[in-house]
Design a protein around this ligand. Structure first.
Ligand SMILES: Cc1cc2nc3c(=O)[nH]c(=O)nc-3n(C[C@H](O)[C@H](O)[C@H](O)COP(=O)(O)OP(=O)(O)OC[C@H]3O[C@@H](n4cnc5c(N)ncnc54)[C@H](O)[C@@H]3O)c2cc1C
Length: 485
C-alpha cells in the first residue's frame, strides 16, 4: 500500500502538465488523466495528410515576460527548444523591413530609437503613440475597464489605431479593440514592451508543439514517475456526500473509478461545468463561468518548392495576414536534414471571426482565404510569384482563446475551490494573464502550490518563477501603478 497522498490531475493541457511538473519533487503519487490520445491540449500538432508532416494547429509564441513558461522549460530540462528572436520585423506596404530592437537607453525607452524610425507611421502617429504609452503607464486602471474609451480619450489617430494598437493587441489578445479589457491591453504594452529590456522578445519552439508536449514533456514526466493515462476521459468527480464534502476520486467515461486525495481539474471553461459538483456549479463564482466567451484563431499553412523569404518571422501591416512564420527556418530543417524538398510558411490571423465573416465559414471559403493570403504573399515577397505552391491549407480553431472582455476577471475563479481538496486550473482561471501558455502554466503552478501542505513553506514558495523586475525608470514612471511588483 502506497502511503503517499494521491493527486489526480484531469486534463493534459499546459495547465495540467505544469501542475504535474511542479508536484513531482514533492511527496505525492501523481496520475494525469487526459481524454484525448495525446498531451498538449490546445497547443497541439496534427499530421497533414498531403505532406505527411506534423504541423502545429497554430504557431505558438511566448514572450520574454512570460517567465513561468520559461520556468517550466527549465524544470523539465527543455530550455534548448526555446529560441529567442532579438528583433521584431514589421513589414509595411512600402516593403521596408522595420526592425524593433533594443537601443542603449534603459526601459521604458529601450525601443524608442528603433520605433522612431518606423517607416509606415507618420511623425504625428508616433507622437500620439508615445503619449498613449505614457498614459497607459500612469493609469493602472480605466473606468469601466474599457480600452476603446481610453483610446478615444487619448486622441489616437486612426492610422495609429489601425497600424499599431489594433495590430499588436489583436495579435496578442485575439479580440476586436472594442471588446478588449483596458487592464489586459495595458499588460501587453507595460509588462511586455515597456518595463524590461527582455520582456518583449518573442520566443518560439524549435520543434513542433506535438513533439514538445506529447514527446519531451511527456517523457520527462514519465521519468519522474508520473502515471500518464491517455484516452481516459473523466465523467464525474466523486464526493463523500457529507456536509463538509471532500472529493474521494473520479469516475472515467468507461465506468472505472480512480480514488484521489486531491483532484486538480485542468480542463477548459466550456468543459468544466459538466464536471463540477452541483454544490459548486450552482453557486457563484462558478455559475458565471458560462458567461465567458471565446475567440477564434486561423492559421494558413503553405508549402513552396523554394524559399520565398529568408526572414524567420514578419509582422504584416495593412493586410489580412497578420504574422508570417517561416517554419522551415524555425525548425532549422535545412541544418538538420539538408536541402528540403519543400519550404513551409505559416500565416496567423488572430480574431479570425471578422475575416471569416467576410467570406463565411464553409470549406470553399477557407480556400478563398488561402487564395487571398497567397496573393498577399506574392505582393510582399516577389519570389512567391515564381515559386510553385505545392500545398496549402487553413486551420481555424473556433474556441482558441477566451475573450478578454472588459471586467473579465470577475468571471475567473481562483484555483482553490470551496472544497478543500479540489483545485481548478486552466488559462481561464484567475491568473491575471490572458489566454496564453503562460497563463495556463501559472494556473497549474498555483493549483500545485495549494496542494502542497501549508507547513511546507519552502516548497510552496519555489513553485513559480521570479517575475522580471521593471527597470528603475519604469518603476518611477509607474509610481502610482497597482502592479504586483
Ligand atoms: C490556434 C491557437 C493559437 C494560440 N496561440 C498562442 C500563442 O501564440 N501564444 C500563447 O501563449 N498561447 C496561444 N494559444 C493559447 C494556448 O494554447 C492556451 O492558452 C493553452 O494551451 C491552454 O492550456 P490549458 O491547459 O489551460 O487548456 P487546454 O489546452 O484546453 O487543456 C485542457 C485539456 O483537458 C482535456 N480534457 C477536457 N475534458 C476532459 C475530461 N473530461 N477528462 C480528461 N481530460 C479532459 C482536453 O482534452 C485538454 O487536453 C493559442 C491557442 C490556440 C488554440
Amino acid at each position: 500500500m502506497n502511503s503517499q497522498p494521491h493527486v489526480v490531475i484531469v486534463g493534459g493541457g499546459l495547465a495540467g502538465l505544469s501542475a504535474a511538473v511542479a508536484l513531482t519533487k514533492q511527496n505525492f503519487r501523481i496520475t494525469l488523466l487526459e481524454s484525448r490520445p495525446r498531451l498538449g491540449g490546445r497547443a497541439t500538432s496534427i499530421i497533414d495528410q498531403t505532406t505527411g508532416e506534423l504541423i502545429d494547429n497554430c504557431q505558438h509564441v511566448n514572450m520574454g515576460c512570460c517567465v513561468n513558461f520559461q520556468h517550466l522549460c527549465e524544470l523539465t530540462g527543455s530550455r534548448q527548444h526555446l529560441i529567442t528572436e532579438h528583433q521584431l520585423q514589421f513589414l509595411g506596404r512600402d516593403g521596408v523591413v522595420n526592425r524593433l530592437r533594443n537601443g542603449w537607453l534603459p526601459a521604458p525607452a529601450h525601443l524608442a530609437a528603433a520605433f522612431a524610425c518606423f517607416s509606415y507611421l507618420s511623425l504625428r502617429d508616433k507622437i500620439d503613440l508615445a503619449r498613449g504609452m505614457w498614459s497607459l503607464m500612469r493609469n493602472p486602471t480605466w473606468p469601466g475597464d474599457s480600452l476603446i474609451d481610453f483610446l478615444n480619450q487619448s486622441r489616437q489617430t486612426s492610422q495609429a489605431i489601425n497600424r499599431f494598437w489594433n495590430l499588436v493587441l489583436v495579435s496578442a489578445l485575439s479580440e476586436d479593440l472594442s471588446r478588449i479589457s483596458y487592464h489586459y491591453a495595458r499588460q501587453v504594452f507595460v509588462d511586455g514592451f515597456l518595463s524590461h529590456r527582455e520582456g518583449w522578445k518573442v520566443q518560439l519552439l524549435n520543434i513542433p508543439l506535438g513533439h514538445f508536449y506529447d514527446g519531451v514533456i511527456k517523457s520527462w514526466l514519465e521519468s519522474q514517475g508520473v502515471k500518464l493515462r491517455l484516452q481516459a476521459g473523466v465523467k464525474q468527480l466523486e464526493l463523500n456526500g457529507e456536509v463538509d464534502s471532500q472529493i474521494t476520486g473520479v469516475t472515467l467515461t468507461n465506468g472505472e473509478t480512480v480514488s484521489a486525495d486531491h483532484v486538480i481539474l485542468a480542463v477548459s471553461f466550456d468543459r468544466v461545468m459538466s464536471l463540477l459538483p452541483d454544490q459548486l456549479a450552482n453557486t457563484e463564482p462558478y455559475q458565471s463561468i458560462s458567461q465567458i466567451e471565446s475567440a477564434p484563431i486561423s492559421s494558413l499553412h503553405f508549402w513552396f518548392d523554394r524559399p520565398i523569404t529568408a526572414l524567420r518571422h514578419a509582422v504584416l501591416i495593412d493586410r489580412t495576414s497578420q504574422w508570417m512564420f517561416n517554419r522551415t527556418a524555425i525548425l532549422n530543417s535545412e541544418q538538420k536534414y539538408g536541402k528540403p524538398e519543400k519550404y513551409a510558411y505559416q500565416i496567423v490571423i488572430s480574431n479570425s471571426r471578422s475575416t471569416r465573416q467576410q467570406s463565411g465559414v464553409s470549406q470553399r471559403t477557407q480556400q478563398e482565404l488561402v487564395n487571398e493570403v497567397h496573393q498577399e504573399l506574392k505582393e510582399i515577397w516577389p519570389e512567391t510569384r515564381t515559386a510553385q505552391l505545392l500545398h496549402a491549407r487553413a486551420i481555424t480553431e473556433h474556441r482558441a482563446v477566451f475573450s478578454v472582455l472588459p471586467e473579465i476577471d470577475k468571471l475567473r475563479p481562483l484555483q482553490q475551490t470551496e472544497i478543500s481538496n479540489l483545485q481548478i486550473a486552466g488559462d481561464w482561471t484567475s491568473t491575471g494573464w490572458p489566454a496564453t501558455m503562460e497563463g495556463a502554466v501559472r494556473s497549474g503552478f498555483l493549483a500545485a502550490e495549494n496542494v502542497i501542505p501549508i507547513g511546507d513553506l519552502h516548497a510552496k514558495s519555489h513553485v513559480g518563477a521570479t517575475e522580471l523586475l521593471p527597470s528603475v525608470f519604469a518603476r518611477v514612471f509607474m509610481k502610482n501603478s497597482n502592479l504586483k511588483y
